[in-house]
Design a protein around this ligand. Sequence first.
Ligand code: ANZ
Ligand code: ZN
Length: 821
Amino acid sequence: SGIYDARALQDKWQARWAAELPFTASEDPADERPRSFIVDMFAYPSGDLHMGHAEAFAIGDVIGRYRFQRGDNVLHPIGWDSFGLPAENAAIERDSRPDEWTYANIETQAGSFQRYGVGVDWNRRIHTSDPEYYKWNQWLFNRFFERGLAYRRDGLVNWCPQDQTVLANEQVVAGKCERCGSDVERRSLNQWYFKITEYAQRLLDDMDQIDNGRWPEEILAIQRNWIGRSTGADVRFSIEGRDEPVTVYTTRPDTLYGATFFVVAADADLADELCAPEQREAFEAYRSDIAKLSDVERQTTERPKTGVFLGCYAINPVNGERMPVWAADYVLAGYGHGAIMAVPAHDQRDLDFALAFDLPVRVVVETGEPDPATSGVATAGEGTLRASGPLDGLGKEEAISRIIEVLAERGTGESTVNFRLRDWLISRQRYWGTPIPIIHCPSCGLVPVPDDQLPVTLPEMKGAELAPKGISPLAAARDWVEVGCPDCGGPAERDTDTMDTFVDSSWYPWRYCSPRLDTAPFDTGTVNKWGPVDHYIGGKEHATLHLLYARFFTKVLHDMGMLDFTEPFARLTNQGQVINQGRAMSKSLGNGVDLGEQIDTYGVDAVRLTMLFASPPEDDVDWADVSVVAAQKFLNRAFKVMAEAGQGTPVGTDFSAGNTDLRRATHRTIDQVSALVEERRFNVAIARCMELVSAARKAIDSGPGASDPAVREAAEFIAVALSLFAPYIAEEGWERMGHVGSVAIGNWPEVDPDLLVQESVTCVVQVQSKVRDKLSVAPDIDAEELERLALASEKAQNFIGDKQIRKVVVRAPKLVNIVVG
Ligand code: ANZ
Ligand code: ZN
């Protein structure tokens, strides 16, 4: 039973915001306000908003609303990432169409976002499943294709047996499907890729632009590791009985003399080619055993090493030694050259293999650690080279330089750079996504659908027609599939795969800048004015997915002359999660908290304030530890102060006549809250607002009363500050104080530096060691200033009269003694 009725306020102000659209960005060229571009990661329309949305969007909203208050021209849009599997699975289950479920959920969520009071530009709302949007995915695909950045090839891909579709490497987490958790299998398929590897070095280099405290270090570290740049050497080994040498990539060419065997990726064509006839049967058997394993499983150190001898030998180019060639699955076909020189003494995977198959272990780097052959632990550290011919006695770096010289002289190797990053596999064998705009023509090959025939829209399909069957459901829509070739006019077929939905989210911020443009994905001039995004808010689960892809797209668009910047997000904040009783909320644990119920019980403002007050944005919020009731009580106190201030004085009251102590408290709060919001320490900013409410309360009750102008000054700032965190009560309080129009825009007050004095202390002024006056001064006042103030004191002057001042003793800030005589 608060003194304000949360629900009534919500209805009242929601209707006003909907009518007046105060959070609309301006494209007026004459508008010279600084621009701020604040973007929340797309919402995914599965069901209604939940506590996670409430947290993320409250954070983005504080950031956006603060810029509105500071007088910026703010672009804070909202949109939905509305393609994807959940819609399709729901449609199969309900025998309906994916778009029905999707757009119904979007409407529900949009209503909930409105009720939640997010200050966004509703005019720019976008949904990626609209043909007006995905047309531009197809247009961009065509540009990538022209530039050789979209290509098709056969390859072993990650296959989710549950979702019946391929997955990008980024979507495989510890060998499992990122979405459904099934064990990922391997399949050989002909698929579309985006050539992100061509941008690997730039993805690293451009981190300089954001590695300045503006992006979480953790995300940058994850990306660096995922891109995985290493420098090493390519070394060519000849194979007995074969003309062509085989190249291996190694980061430790200094250990070349320690190589005792040679391993080829079992699923690479090379293994097949090298296999001697007498080993053929064993090799084929091994190959079919491992066909289903993912890269991650192959490489985990926990799995026992498996492999098969291929019946041939490689020759070490530096010492002519004969090394048996094996095929094994721990060597990956898609990395380096798909073959390695094995140095068991210094590489753990090679050592495990050597011990499993009784192959020799030779130490060539003396590190002082126990012998790997007996300890089972490879020694990877620094040391001195031995048993290595010309490298003996050298340290690691010197040995690497020396061996590269030797290899270069003999023409058997050179230094090289390698990246772990693989090309981005974008084909999906599912329906609810952007159709790949390619036509397969038996005579012309791959023919892009001409731009003027875009979009290629999805044919209407529903229910069981969408069931996963290993090929795209679109393949069954024969009327849609069969088309004339755009080049030769002959009979041809559409590509039936759809694009990974991460394509949709790789460029959407730019669409917000000109959301209804129908001649291009976005207007370059407009985007260059807004971009890059000043502040991007979203979860850290996207470290190697969306955040990497969006960075890649930005660079490609830059190279196409469509963007003048190369990094999409100048600043990134990853919100924490809302958990309950120490655990992530889940159906199985039964610890879910329903956002709608929270809002119905406590009101939007109290829920938002609770989220933001509980912890810094990056930290998790445990709903078991918070008190929404306490937030509600605080809001009631704040509301009373605003209402009483409104009764005490009219709008436009001159604050300078107000009580100085309260004025100081207000200005100190303005100053601190500004800095705290800029630093994203919202919880501390809210604590400062709470203190100001208490100070104002005290001034009303025991001090000068509500008619004091300082009370109004404090209450007005309380309304302005609360507009970031608890927007409904802020609007209502502002109105109660006699203002017309929204509190939310351009009302952040200037700090009066004279009022920033920390607090005052009493300074005693003596004349001839007798107390004659008392001054109220800042605790950090300097001696010179204090002396000036003391000498200016009228009371002291009365005792000095016309006597000569001999000496002034100053002990700042407490005492000044004036000696006369
Ligand atoms: C010999 C060696 C000796 C290696 C040593 C390491 C330590 P990063 O750092 O990830 O780039 N390697 C090369 N190609 C591979 C493949 N296709 N599949 C699995 N492993 C492969 O790893 C480079 C190292 O991984 C290379 O350096 C190679 O093993 C192995 F003391 O060569 B090294
Ligand atoms: Zn053709």
